[in-house]
Every structure is written in C-alpha cells, then in structure tokens.
Write a protein that binds this ligand. Structure first.
Ligand SMILES: [Zn+2]
Length: 312
C-alpha cells in the first residue's frame, strides 16, 4: 500500500501528506511551481523521507526538478529530515533562517535536545538527524522574494514560536504558510491549538508576528499541522486570544506551583472545559501537547521575570 497523499490546492500548488507516525493529516509539506523547477516548504523529519519522495513521485516531480527547499523553522517535525534529503535533490538549494542554519549544518544540539526531550523514543520518532553540507544551504532573514509561477514567495520573519521562525506568503494563491507561527489546526478539527514549546518561546514576539502575517492579507492559511484552514485568515485573529487564555491559566498555575506536571494538568483542565462540545483528539495531542506547552510557558515566565521577585 502506498499511503502518500498529494492534493491540489489551486494554481498547481500541492499539499503533501508526510504520513508522520503512519498517521494521515499530522505533518504537511507543500510543493509550489516556478519556471526553474519546484519549491518545497518543509521536509518533515527523517522518518518522513520515504513518504516525501513517494508524494513527489506521485505528483510527477522528478528529484532533479526540485530546486528550492525551505523550512519554516528547525524543529524536528519541520526540518529534521533536511540533511537526509539533500542527496535526493541534487539540484536543490536549501534555505532556513540564519539563526537556524548553524544547527542544520552541525546538528549536535538538535540531537542532544531530542534525546533530552524524548529519550529512547527519539530515534524511532525522528530518525537520524543528518548534517546539511554548508555549501548546500543559504541563510535567510525574512524580506526575501523568490519567483513562483503566477506570483512570488515572500518571506516573513515571524519570531515567537521560535526566534528563527519564518512564514511564507504566496502571492499567486494569496495563501500564507504559517509553520507553527499561528498554532496548530488539524484538518477537519474546530480546534486551533497553541504551539508554544521551549526553549525560546516569546509571546510578545509571537503576537507581533501574527500582525506581520495579517498584514499580508492572506485569503487562506496553510498549516504545517495540517492543511488549509476552513476559516482563512480569521485564525490569525483567534490565535492570539487562545494563546492569551492558555498563558493566563499557565501563569496562575506557575505562581501557585512552579512545576511542569502541575501546570500541564491545569492546561488540560482548561482545554477540556473550553472544548467541551468537541473534545480534542489524541491526534491533536501528538502535535500540540499540554506538557510541551507547560514547559514552554514556564521557561518564558522565568526568563521574563513573571514569577515574582527573588523567585527566578
Ligand atoms: Zn515548532
């Protein structure tokens, strides 16, 4: 059986389902046409290498036709597989934010933090994290433009979820690829969920980046987790409110007890009450977990002096 799924989004743009954890609808990559060849946004982790290559084959795209590969940021579910696909796309240039590039070229810190966070489960989940050869990768800062067929791809610096996060506006489709910068919304789910992990979550930057993204006036939002939002750009507005609610719950909890399990439980209770009509699915917790959010918020509170004098 071939589980690779591709879907036309209009104007020859396509969504590729990377079948992460053998599960549909968790991690997406996007394929965009240009006169020189194809542009890919997100590689997914190394464990998604085969589904990615199968999806491209199914889309009728030869490996040598892929000319540009972008990632929104270097978290493993978005870019862990970049090094593993370098050989597969011999004519492609790879791109990431300049803060992320050194960690893709020398992934020692990515590997260490994956082991810290997931222990022995890291390898089956993410696969080998392979270095990207320095000559193959170009650093970005946001503001760059790349040609697409029927438009251009405009890069936006969108720090907050991570300092090195980028979003991509496709002027042809009038669509915004938000990575994790506008949260997580799995296709078919009513829930827009916070993507607020450690270590460099910054909520002020995150909210400012939402305004940067709104200023492009997108007609649609294309999430990396996962696919087009049925509500278009409205999700950019909603997301701020949802993150603020989670932040308030987490901050009250952290001031009571500065412990991740305690904050995690409070977030879970809040979410259960807030989404009582349609409880979040197990699939959603795979890409937007309470514990990771609790860790992200706690670290943000501590580094921003929000837990009171003399406590941090
Ligand atoms: Zn991320």
């Amino acid at each position: 059986m071939d589980p690779a799924v591709t879907r036309e989004l209009g104007q020859d743009r396509q969504l590729l389902d990377l079948d992460f954890r053998d599960t549909e609808g968790l991690v997406a990559s996007y394929l965009l046409p240009s006169e020189e060849g194809w542009t890919l946004i997100e590689t997914g982790p190394s464990t998604c290498r085969e589904p990615l290559l199968r999806s491209l084959a199914r889309a009728g795209v030869g490996p040598e036709e892929v000319r540009r590969v972008f990632v929104t940021h270097i978290h493993l579910d978005h870019a862990g597989g970049m090094g593993a696909v370098v050989d597969a796309f011999p004519r492609a240039t790879f791109y990431a934010h300049e803060i992320g590039v050194p960690h893709l070229v020398d992934p020692a810190r990515l590997i260490a933090s994956a082991r810290r966070a997931w222990g022995a489960a890291a390898d089956p989940l993410w696969g080998p994290i392979v270095p990207v050869p320095a000559p193959r990768i170009v650093a970005l800062r946001g503001g760059e433009l790349f040609p697409l067929r029927g438009g251009e791809l405009r890069l936006l610096a969108t720090p907050g979820h991570a300092r090195h996060h980028l979003a991509f506006f496709d002027s042809g489709l009038e669509a915004l690829f938000t990575g994790d910068g506008a949260g997580v919304r799995l296709e078919g789910s009513p829930h827009l969920r916070p993507a607020v992990p450690p270590p460099d979550l910054d909520l002020e930057e995150l909210f400012a980046s939402l305004e940067t993204m709104r200023a492009t006036r997108p007609r649609s939002i294309l999430f990396s987790h996962f696919g087009p939002s049925p509500d278009g750009a409205q999700d950019l507005v909603r997301y701020r409110t949802i993150v603020e609610q989670w932040r308030d719950v987490a901050l009250a909890a952290a001031r009571e007890r500065r412990e991740v399990p305690f904050i995690t439980e409070r977030l879970r209770e809040h979410d259960r009450a807030a989404s009582a009509a349609a409880p979040p699915s197990d699939r959603e917790s795979l890409v937007s977990g309470y514990e990771l959010a609790a860790q992200g918020f706690l670290r943000y509170f501590e580094t921003h002096g929000l837990l009171g004098e003399g406590l941090s």
